[in-house]
Write a protein that binds this ligand. Sequence first.
Ligand code: 4AD
Ligand code: MG
Length: 433
Amino acid sequence: MTRDVYIEDLASHVGERVRIKGWLYNRRGSKRIQFLELRDGSGIVQGIVSKADAPAEVFELASSLEQESSLIAEGEVRAHPKREGVFELGVEALTLVAAPSREYPISNKEHGVEFLMDHRHLWLRSKRQHAIVRVRSEIVAAVRAYFDDHGFTLVDAPIFTPSACEGTSTLFETDYHGSPAYLTQSGQLYMEAAAAAFGRVYCFGPTFRAEKSKTRRHLAEFWMVEPEVAFMDLEGDMDLAQDFLQSVVRRVLERRQKELTTLERDVSKLEVLLEGAFPRIRYDEAIRILQEAGKDVEIGDDFGAEDETLIASHFDRPVMVTHYPVALKAFYFKKDPEDQARALCMDVLAPEGYGEIIGGGQREEDLATLDAAIEAHKLPMDDFEWYRDIRRYGGFPHAGFGLGIERMVAYICGIHHVREAIPFPRMLSRLSP
Ligand code: 4AD
Ligand code: MG
């Protein structure tokens, strides 16, 4: 009996005759032997069709196959004679499901990134992109597993929202039955309400920013996971972020070795995260680092992408920067009781130029102080009535953070631009495919 198998499971079928359903990734060969690179979504295997062994019509079909033909191949699984852990298929039967009706636009030659982005729906079939999406899938699974295993309840946040969370300048406005609504920038405010109901909560979904940034770190639509914990302070928040990041990295290193190899990622740069605590510095120290590097900055300045890269380059693992001036941060942060001009916030900056991957901190729990901050940020008080209730009915210290999934994917995969870290990116100048 011939069994249907996936390429990633071939190791347990050596010596058996199996059937693989997929597409032709690449072909090379001669008049005597054809090498078919077959892919089925789970992996790639080399199919070998030799004129001497295969039926004549199988060899003829193999010799004429075009890239991205869909097909069914049957044959015996063999261990590669020289490369351990690599398998081959000795093709004995071949069925063409559909030949491409046009020449496949993506070939082995160099293509410009805009061309590839225009063909994103096809580009996803390529080895590197395939590896990135598999790593992303593992990261998402690791994120969910971490919170599910640590007593957190998943509480989904809405996407249509009446108000801003992260400042009014990056809101995507939309029409909601005749009234304006905004696509969510963050589920945090809802998680604060949920923390009072469930203690430890997280949301995980798409979030939107309308900023007109064209950097390699910005998307208009990105995925964010946001834990929020009742009775946790900034210290606890940093401990949680560190443990969480280590757990995600550990799982990806364990389970996605093959993909990281395809991506030529230097995994030693990730392994060091597992070795111990992440450095924690205050904003003022970060400013000093910049000044010592000759940057013209002073206390009160915000960090640009370059600054973040420079600060992070002083460390071999993510660095946690805390206590930014209140003016640089969102309205909801608790002020440091020892210095009211500073926010109890943290940004986690990844090394190697990946920048801020996490933003979070402790929230203001006192209603009067919160009201003053809402006013100072010129936010409409009415929209925050429900949010103020969280302080009215049993206010409590609480903290949380948000991790941007695409920045984490880019960091783990070692890819330059976040546009490759999401299957179908939405950017300032891209809404398709
Ligand atoms: O620092 P941000 O804006 O923080 C928040 O939204 C908080 N409300 C989260 C919380 O405390 N619950 O965003 C958090 C993270 C950033 O560190 C970054 O990783 C990612 O979200 N991020 C973006 N990723 C891609 N494109 C963008 N335009 C992003 N903006 C933020
Ligand atoms: Mg931030």
